[in-house]
Design a protein around this ligand. Structure first.
Ligand code: ADE
Ligand code: ZN
Length: 332
């Protein structure tokens, strides 16, 4: 039995495995720019965030109907459950679908169907977080928030993703204020490729409650001290950082130093179909290659539930936390 954990940094479009991409391409009469699953996998040798994003957006062309989004999310939840995920807070990128003529309702209703059945089918509770693409305009983000209004009963919060450098958090001040006024929780990618100052700005200007990645906070000791003091969770994605070259090799990842510094770290998969592993695979990798011991692994699992947006269901959070404390690691 795997260690129980919450996944807090997961782009549902990044769970599109090549096999499912070809299946949906055939179902929808869409042609992918690759001849086979193997060719598509071979294209997953990334140089940086942008080279990944180019492939990520290209593959989304196969997602057209409610059923496609439902099948995508259901396949993810099945895999996540098998790796010990008990709770998943799932990002989606509506602007990437709107741009292709796929409506907000198609995306949210489709994802929503899989999420509504997830506890019964997979034993995984869920939340949905709508991300804005930071390389699109602030106006487009505001329009997207407007389009989401009929679906806010199914959306817990907002996030900010896509190409980071040159698109600082301050660009999205107004839309984050509007989302806060609607009672939405706020997170943002910051300090993945962008500088530590973007992390500070996400906290000060956007009022984020968690920072996605936040890796580069380590370049600013005063920021680290603040993140520790304010107990701001970071949703780290170690395998993603290797594949997108934020670190050269996993052995160079600052996770152990970040935990040592007292940061509230969590380990997540980001885009598992592209980066070589789901949540449990990321936990296994940091155990095997960063030498994290059982106490540290249990701390990461505990942190994942502490950082979850479960304020509307504290009983559930307490149950998950008790599962973490009671977990017995297998003898290896
Ligand atoms: N969209 C999907 N994955 C992302 C990542 N790791 N960073 C920024 N935007 C993303
Ligand atoms: Zn991400």
């Amino acid at each position: 039995m795997p260690l129980p954990k919450a996944e807090l940094h997961l782009h549902i479009e990044g769970t599109l495995e090549p096999e499912l991409a070809f299946e949906l391409a055939a179902r929808n009469g869409v042609t992918l720019p690759y001849a086979s699953v193997d060719e598509l996998r071979a294209a997953q040798a990334f140089e940086d965030l942008q080279s990944f994003l180019d492939l990520y957006y290209a593959c989304m062309a196969v997602l057209r109907t409610e059923r496609d989004f439902e099948d995508l999310a259901d396949a993810y939840l099945r895999r996540a459950a098998a790796q010990g995920v008990r709770h998943a807070e799932i990002f989606f990128d509506p602007q990437a679908h709107l741009a292709r003529g796929v409506e907000m309702g198609t995306v949210v209703e489709g994802l929503g169907r899989a999420l509504a059945a997830s506890e019964e089918n997979h034993g995984v509770s869920t939340r949905l977080i709508m991300c804005f693409l930071r390389d699109e305009s602030a106006g487009s983000a505001m329009e997207t928030l407007e389009l989401a209004r009929p679906y806010l009963d199914r959306i817990t919060g907002i996030g900010l993703d896509s190409a980071e450098v040159g698109h600082p958090p301050v660009k999205f001040r107004e839309v984050y204020e509007a989302a806060a006024a609607l009672g939405l929780r706020r997170v943002a990618h910051a300090g993945e490729e962008g500088p530590a100052s973007y992390v500070t700005e996400a906290l000060d200007v956007l009022g984020v409650e968690r920072v996605d990645h936040g890796l580069r906070c380590m370049e600013d000791p005063a920021l680290v001290e603040r993140l520790v003091r304010e107990r701001i969770p970071l949703t780290l994605c170690p395998l993603s950082n290797v594949r997108l070259r934020a670190v050269d090799v996993l052995e160079d990842h600052p996770l152990p130093a970040m935990m040592e510094a007292g940061l509230l770290c969590t380990v997540n998969s980001d885009d598992p179909a592209y980066f070589g592993g789901y949540a449990g695979d990321n936990f296994d990798a940091v155990r095997d290659r960063l030498g994290l011991d059982e106490d540290r692994l249990r701390e990461l699992a505990r942190n994942s539930f502490l950082a979850s947006f479960l304020e509307d269901d504290e009983e559930r959070r307490a149950r998950y936390l008790a599962e973490v404390e009671a977990y017995e690691f297998p003898r290896r």
